[in-house]
Design a binder for this molecule. Structure first.
Ligand SMILES: Cc1ncc(COP(=O)(O)O)c(C=O)c1O
Length: 415
């Protein structure tokens, strides 16, 4: 058997549909400067699918810092991994400022959040330890857990009763092995927008001995009174033992960081394989992140605007009878009933006829009969964008309810 056979016979859970979706639903090209108005296939769309929460991607000061640092240092500097030849004063400065921002002693940069998270988990546990994690954890957490040689227990999403049971099981095991327990969850869950119950989890520390690692990719910069993260929003900044944030969302860049005690961060710097054996973050990304952090700290109005837009959208949807689940963050899911054809036709109608670009998922990504539309508001959207979108959604829901999107009823184009 040739390993290449997979490329033609077994394309994978999403790849199997690639022929009919590639370039339209998957790998679409959004053109123009990052903003709520971008071009798709030559036509302007109202874009609700970018995690540019605070609108920093195109902020003039950000663009200037990015351009000037690229002109001054180039993209190569520093060459090599941090440990070997990739250390600079600017990397250390950014780490100090990030640590302070998220309320930890120390932090360490990661060249990508995904690999970073995998390595944080791998480095923090050995075969004697037990991992307990939320069932809706991001793929990078799942991959990190896969590398673990010891026991792992999963609890249904945000089910605290089950977490307690898993902690009891985990404690029995660690009492025998002499290991510890690492609980992993997210701050803001990126698909559903609900929050990990960090306050309730931290409260369980009085009954169990464990450490808590939180992936706050969608929370850093936007959650809490000062945007310091979901742990700030839920009043448990000290209870989160290891905090993870990425630059891929509110920071509108690339890279990530992990924050914890001085000792743990130092230990991680010497033990995260994906960082030890990979190149350091280029200087423009570090200087660009310093600028973004400065704007985040000094401009609460970006966050306020984000919440104004998010609240108007979520309130408007609820008033019109839409089910937006349990979101407590700007991430806005809309749950509809329908089969995959209806999901595709509805999304197509939104994109082509209402010129709204957002992500829509249906079976097999979510259970049969469910369609989820996910909207990501940002600080650079307007209340007029919200009004227009609410109007469009009211119409597409009415169409869905009368069966307009079922097969044969709706003229779809070949995408
Ligand atoms: C919850 C969560 N964790 C981690 C990541 C990975 O971060 P990065 O894009 O920096 O690799 C993402 C996606 O960006 C995410 O949504």
């Amino acid at each position: 058997m040739d390993v290449f056979n997979k490329a033609t016979t077994k394309l994978g859970p999403i790849g199997q549909y690639a022929k009919s979706i590639h370039g339209y639903w998957t790998f679409p090209k959004l053109e123009g400067e990052i903003s709520p108005r971008m071009k798709f296939r030559g036509k302007e769309k109202l874009v609700w699918s970018l995690n540019n929460y605070l609108g920093l991607a195109n902020h003039p000061e950000v663009r200037k810092a990015d351009a000037e640092s690229a002109a001054e240092y180039g993209l190569a500097l520093p060459m090599g991994a941090r440990m070997m030849s990739g250390q600079t004063d600017q990397h250390e400065q950014l780490e100090r400022e990030l640590a302070e921002f998220v309320g930890k002693e120390s932090s360490y940069l990661l060249n990508y959040g995904y690999q970073g998270m995998v390595s944080i988990i791998e480095a923090m546990v050995d075969r004697h330890d037990v991992i307990v994690y939320d069932s809706e954890s991001h793929a990078c957490i799942i991959d990190g857990v896969r590398l673990h040689f010891g026991k792992r227990f999963v609890y249904p999403h945000n089910n605290m009763e089950s977490l307690r049971k898993q902690l009891e099981r985990a404690t029995k095991i660690t009492n025998e092995t002499g290991g510890g327990i690492l609980v992993i969850t997210e701050g803001v869950f990126g698909m559903s927008g609900d929050l990990g119950k960090l306050d309730e989890i931290v409260a369980m520390k009085k009954d169990f001995n464990f450490r808590l690692l939180v992936d706050d990719a969608h929370g850093v910069g936007i959650m809490g009174p000062n945007g310091r993260g979901t742990h700030e929003a839920l009043g448990v900044m000290d209870g989160v033992d290891i905090y993870f944030g990425t630059f891929a969302k509110a920071f509108a860049s690339i890279g990530a960081f992990v924050a914890s005690t001085k000792e743990v961060v130092f230990y991680l710097a010497y033990n995260m394989r994906s960082q030890i054996f990979a190149k350091s973050l280029p200087m423009p990304l570090v200087i660009g992140a310093l600028k973004r952090l400065e704007l985040m700290r000094n401009h609460p109005e970006f966050r306020e605007k984000l919440w104004t837009v998010s609240n108007a959208l979520q309130k408007g949807l609820k008033e019109r009878g839409f089910n937006t689940g349990n979101t407590q963050s700007p991430v806005t899911p809309i749950f509809l009933h329908g089969d995959p054809t209806e999901g595709a036709n509805l999304a197509f109608d939104l994109r082509e006829n209402y010129n709204i670009f957002c992500s829509v998922v249906s079976y097999p990504v979510v259970p049969k009969g469910v369609i989820i539309i996910r909207i990501i508001p940002t600080a650079v959207h307007t209340l007029e964008d919200v009004e227009y979108t609410l109007h469009a959604f009211t119409e597409i829901k009415a169409n869905l309810d009368v069966g307009k999107y079922s097969s044969g009823q709706f003229v779809n184009i070949q995408v």
